[in-house]
Design a protein around this ligand. Structure first.
Ligand SMILES: Nc1ncnc2c1ncn2[C@@H]1O[C@H](COP(=O)(O)OP(=O)(O)OP(=O)(O)O)[C@@H](O)[C@H]1O
Ligand SMILES: [Mg+2]
Length: 302
């Protein structure tokens, strides 16, 4: 009972601290998380399935009672929104310019997941004066009011912006397929991350496998090379089968886990969501807050 009362007090305090201009619907679901887990999804090669994986994983995680916010950090076209069939009116750029609050730009998706579009806003941070950056980062802390887990969908490849998100995140999921080019590019990505931070928690997701054995072989290739030549430990997150339901759902602009919940790929995603939920994460004390995360992203980026 006391726990519930304390939680209610927290919600009330939280609501009081918001300005009147914020989106009422988003505001109503605000509740601070004791520590938000920040997971970055990335890949060496483009088009390997990051966005579909991120969106469907977010929904599966929310079915397991996690509050999830996706940040679409791809600086090109907003990916997540296209796959979901919702086009955002506003992006992070509007928050950066001071026209909008974070709550105004969050779009609610299936199962209550929330999506924040990065747009090209991140690029504007480079030239921003430090006092404005500090003000902005204070606003970012509000995301943890809506999230137990933040999933960041990055673009592919080794650009500075992708690496900034990757290096600042608590955990990194590298998506790869069994194709040799995807494996080589994933290896290059793992190597670059390892040079900057050997202790980064790296998990590998093998997408589009024909069968479990193909996934296993692909994982072992990358694991053995990373152990031997890079001295970096990568963990196996799991596999997603090649499944026609993925492209069908993309055409319908609906997540496959909603449209085809019994498809093989949806079952694969559910397994990964429960594995991630059960994984105990030890967060580094200096980097537990969402504010700390964005501070790190911006300092790496600038
Ligand atoms: N498991 C799968 N089975 C079948 N097709 C898949 C699977 N995963 C992804 N695809 C196909 O790959 C396409 C690209 O996926 P997605 O857009 O998620 O990749 P991405 O890594 O986010 O790309 P980008 O690097 O351009 O952001 C999908 O539209 C779909 O057709
Ligand atoms: Mg994408």
């Amino acid at each position: 009972m006391q726990d519930q009362a304390a939680r209610l007090r927290e919600i009330i305090n939280q609501r009081r601290s918001f300005s009147n201009t914020v989106n009422e619907k988003n505001k109503a679901s605000a509740m601070p998380s004791s520590s938000t887990r920040i997971i970055c999804v990335t890949s060496g090669k483009g088009g390997v399935g990051k966005t579909n994986f991120t969106l469907n994983l977010a929904i599966a995680l929310s079915k397991l009672n996690n509050r999830v916010v996706i940040i679409d950090a791809d600086l090109g076209l907003a990916n997540v929104d296209v796959v979901m069939g919702v086009l955002p009116k506003y992006t992070l750029l509007d928050v950066i310019k001071g026209n909008k609050e974070l709550e105004d730009i969050m779009v609610t998706g299936p199962n209550g997941i929330k999506i924040i579009s990065g747009g090209s806003g991140v690029l504007d941070l480079i030239d921003m004066p430090q006092d404005q950056i500090t003000h902005l980062i204070d606003k970012f802390e509000n995301i943890s009011n809506y999230a137990d887990i933040i999933l960041i969908d990055t673009g592919a490849g080794l650009s500075k912006s992708v690496l900034s998100f990757v290096l600042a995140a608590h955990e990194v999921i590298v998506v790869c397929t069994p194709e040799p080019t995807a494996i080589t590019d994933a290896y290059a990505m793992i190597k670059t991350i390892g040079i900057k931070d050997k202790s980064k928690k790296l998990k590998l997701l093998i997408n589009r496998v024909e069968n479990v054995n193909e996934g296993k072989i692909t994982f072992e290739k990358l694991k053995n090379a990373s152990d031997k030549f890079l001295n970096i430990n990568i963990e196996k997150l799991g596999y997603l089968l090649e499944d026609i339901h993925v492209s069908r759902s993309v055409k319908l602009q609906q997540p496959f886990i909603i449209q085809f919940p019994n498809s093989p790929v949806s079952k694969n995603i559910e397994l990964i969501a429960s594995k991630l939920t059960n994984d105990k994460v030890e967060l580094d004390n200096n980097n537990t807050t969402t504010k700390g995360f964005f501070n790190k992203v911006i300092s790496l980026f600038r």
